[in-house]
Design a protein around this ligand. Sequence first.
Ligand code: RP5
Length: 162
Amino acid sequence: MAGAQVGIIMGSQSDWPTMKQAAEILDELGIAYEARIVSAHRTPDRLWDYGKTAAARGLKVIIAGAGGAAHLPGMMASKTRVPVVGVPVQTKALSGVDSLYSIVQMPKGFPVATMAIGAAGAANAGLMAAQILATADADLAARVDAWRAALSASIPEAPSDD
Ligand code: RP5
């Protein structure tokens, strides 16, 4: 997508069903994004080039998802000042706690805004990116406000047996 403001990157094709949740939120809110497979371990040169050019290409937020030894978000944060939102992908062996711990404990100086494990975390990463962009875009801010209001309005006051 030309003029992408958000880069969604993931360590593997197998992460896409999770990371798609972020893409769907960005679609709903009319935010231009690109989605790429960038693996810290399998394609380190791709990671390096992506981080090196991210700011100059106009990316404002990078959403980075990975599972297991999930080094992608932190390595990307070390390579670019573009804010990185990390998504711990749920894993079979350790349920994503491995991913979470790999992403969340960054050393002082190179933050990653770490979301919850799995699909909810990916959707929230999309919302987080939108809210960051909305600080400098009044039209987007109105769309984010409307999205939040619609979600609140969809929650019933009383539980149902149906
Ligand atoms: C990580 O290893 C990826 O982010 C993915 O979550 C995990 C497994 O990758 P595949 O073996 O499915 O390609 O690098």
